[in-house]
Design a protein around this ligand. Structure first.
Ligand code: NDP
Ligand SMILES: N[C@@H](CC=O)C(=O)O
Length: 391
């Protein structure tokens, strides 16, 4: 089976190295082309800067898109599917936006569009979710979906290192996105949660710009230390629940008791959980970012295609209502501005340097927090444990 790799960065190189290493399962795989940018030197015989050369090569069966971002990734994926090539990508930004379009194009041309590496890096999460859905209605998904932010929070709490220093390390280790603001502002988690919810509920959320998303940009070492002293660890999480025909969806920093799996998820690891009717709670744990874990998931998809293993069929046509008030929670807010009046309806009390807000609908909390940020751009919020009970 011949594979073309688009983009030769962290993931593209990882895929190339795993294929070159060749074990019993992968020995029939070879790399036919590597697409590089026009201005780059062709350092290897497989390298080309001509996408048409790849599209028109009848020997190339599979295209692995590893350039990232929206365009030209979207254009290249569609062109590949339309040329009858199977496509595999780890690019959650482009999948979150165009999953339905890619799935329809793949169906039309009788080829596969697989994307295991896009959520949870090396964790077989998409496969696990799809397997659960063969029997169950999955009514909630939650967890730690971003390796970079988990690495930052873990190093800050374990070594007291500064946010900026740890972010630089995450970039050097190949965990962070080309623009790391996607990691720290929650956009990367939102993309992964969107893909997961699309599959779980068979819907098409392709625009999350108005959804409640709050990242970890404003967290300080003092915040982390204060939470630690109370036996709590802070994590950036994504959550979605389904109730009847409604679903909610949130990305935010959350506190977990020291003994929980979430609190003990280290380094670049992710922990993603689902709740199904008969299976109950299922947890998926592993490295969520990095060259080899991610490339491993990509090559697993290649092998699924080689072995004609089908994945769950979804058409993403179900209509469900997004309901920001579906869940309520308790939060801590840190701000230099006096913002207690904003939260007057939710029994605000002071806890140390933080304003505690009680039983507030999640959508309302994020709406009010946007107002807090207008008064104090460095303000921070975090949800308290046992958040997310469906109202
Ligand atoms: N790194 C990780 O741990 C994970 C990454 N992913 C996803 O995988 C994708 C790739 O990520 P990653 O490998 O880390 O990113 P990198 O930035 O390391 O690699 C991307 C590569 O693609 C090249 N590139 C960009 N645009 C073009 C283009 N138009 N034509 C040819 N080459 C191009 C870049 O070149 P240049 O350097 O010149 O810009 C770079 O070499 C992203 O979508 C990311 O979200 C998913 C899971 C984990
Ligand atoms: N930047 C992402 C890479 C994997 O998806 C992360 O840190 O999780």
């Amino acid at each position: 089976m011949k594979i073309a790799i688009l983009g030769f960065g962290t993931v593209g190189k990882g895929v190339y190295k795993i294929i070159k290493k060749a074990n019993v399962q992968t020995q029939d795989l070879s790399v036919s082309h590597i697409l590089i940018r026009k201005n780059k030197a062709r350092l290897m015989p497989e390298m080309t800067d001509d996408m048409n050369e790849i599209l028109n090569d009848s020997q190339t069966d599979v295209i692995v898109e590893a350039i990232g971002g929206i365009e030209p990734a979207h254009e290249y994926i569609l062109a590949a599917l339309n040329h009858g090539k199977h496509v595999i990508t780890a690019n959650k930004a482009v999948i979150a936006k165009y999953l339905k379009e890619f799935t329809e194009a793949a169906d039309k041309h009788n080829v596969k569009f697989y994307f295991e590496a896009s959520v949870g890096g090396g964790i077989p999460w998409i496969q696990g979710l799809e397997k659960a859905l063969r029997i169950d209605n999955v009514n909630s998904i939650s967890g730690i979906f971003n390796g970079t932010s988990n690495f930052i929070l873990d190093q800050m709490s374990r070594n007291g290192e500064s946010f900026i220093d740890v972010l630089k390390k995450a970039q050097q280790l190949g965990y962070a996105e080309a623009d790391p603001s996607a990691d720290i502002d929650g956009i990367d988690v939102a993309n992964k949660l969107c893909i997961s919810a699309d599959i779980a509920y068979d819907i098409d959320i392709h625009d999350h710009k108005d959804l409640p998303i709050f990242g970890i940009r404003n967290i300080t070492c003092a915040d982390v230390k204060y939470f630690q002293a109370k036996g709590l660890a802070v994590k950036l999480i994504g959550r979605t629940h389904q109730k009847g025909n409604k679903f909610d969806y949130v990305v935010e920093p959350a506190l977990f008791l020291d003994r929980t799996l979430e609190a003990n998820t280290p380094d670049n690891y992710n922990l993603i959980s689902l709740n199904g009717d008969t299976i109950g709670k299922l947890d998926f744990f592993g490295q969520g970012a990095g060259m080899f874990p991610t490339a491993n998931a990509v090559v697993q998809d290649v092998l699924d295609i080689k072995e004609s293993k089908s994945h769950l069929k979804r058409d993403f046509n179900k209509k469900m209502e997004y309901c920001p008030e579906l869940t309520k929670g308790d939060y801590l807010v840190r701000s230099n501005a006096d913002v207690s009046e904003l939260f007057g309806d939710f029994q605000p009390t002071m806890e140390g340097a933080y304003l505690a807000v009680h039983q507030i609908p999640v959508g309302e909390m994020h709406r009010l927090m946007r107002k807090v940020l207008q008064k104090d751009a460095a303000a921070f919020m975090v949800s308290l444990p046992s958040q997310g009970a469906v109202a």
